[in-house]
Write a protein that binds this ligand. Sequence first.
Ligand code: AMP
Length: 396
Amino acid sequence: MQTIESYDFKGKKALIRVDFNVPLNENFEITDDTRMTAAVPTIKKVIEAGGSPIIMSHFGRPKNGPEDKFSMKHLVAHLAELLGVDVKLAPDCVGAEVKALAEALKPGEVLLLENLRFHKEEEKGDEAFAGQLAELGDCWVNDAFGTAHRAHASTAVIAKFFPNDKLFGYLVNDEVSNLDKVVANPARPMTAIMGGAKVSTKITIIENMLDTVDNLIIGGGMIFTFVKAMGGNIGASLCEDDYLEMAKTIIAKAEAKGVNLVIAEDCVAADKFANDANTEVCLTKNIKDGWLGLDVGPKTIATFKEVIGNSKTVLWNGPAGVFEMDAFAAGTKAIGDAVVEATKNGAFTLVGGGDSVAAVNKFGIADQVSYISTAGGAMLETLEGKVLPGIAAVRG
Ligand code: AMP
């Protein structure tokens, strides 16, 4: 497989698929350029190696063809500033005029294609459209992890036109190699901490993780579906009754596979869903009628800390409680501290999923864990054990 480090970009036109789907305010100003800055190293590498980057991305959700508010024209000036070179904007992403612009590019010159999703063929994964895109370049670089779980024309289908000239950009390479440390070959003991509101959204990950992990920690609102399945009284805590059988199956599977399933034993229960609620610590299986478990309790925190502290690999997906309210943030904070401590002691720790990322940011520990994945759907599908089309296309 070609890599961005070893590939010879000299004199080549590199079609780079990025994710520039950034948020804009009402004046069409970029309010968060994280996704753009993330792709800069790959684009700069092509420039420095004597190639010409042809950058392509989707942007927003245009419905029927071109829409001014979703034009890449809003991004050109900022991209030029980030790269320190001029950026030409193509009037479209395919067609004769765009082809002429691509052909005229000299080494070091940058062309930004117009929004790929102005053509419905992009999301359909249309092969002819992918072929038209492919005509513009000599190689294809996939640097858009956020869309790697989609088999779109520019994210996967295009690969067949570059059998020997397809590669990952730095960003995708980073995501793939870090996620591999968790899903492919984790150092042991490996612990997954699953939290958040619902079992239903995490069930496939939990099932897949049972094949990989030594310890599976269950926190957050999903605790109570498990506790109810085991016959506990959970009061008015969050519960998905449709998933009680599934919870039982997971408990049985964990036992059969020798996985240490750690379900929160005690919790902070509240008489209402509010920061100023009356609270008490009780067992998760013994919550008063009308009360809700909103955070894990001290015994549970001690157990979580011990398990995390003994791990060589930790995956953290989802908060232990309603961490947005200070009264119920202690459990999530304690997990964060334990993950930081494990990292210091040499464990590989990966935090992924919107709310756990929000939690590490809230507690100011984002730079003290090994890796934070912000890729959303693509990351979740990787953890579910799925093969992502955009990754398979480069590897295959
Ligand atoms: P998710 O998007 O599924 O990861 O869920 C994240 C949300 O779960 C956060 O907003 C938390 O406030 C919420 N959450 C965590 N623990 C609980 C709980 N015990 N009861 C209700 N919501 C919870």
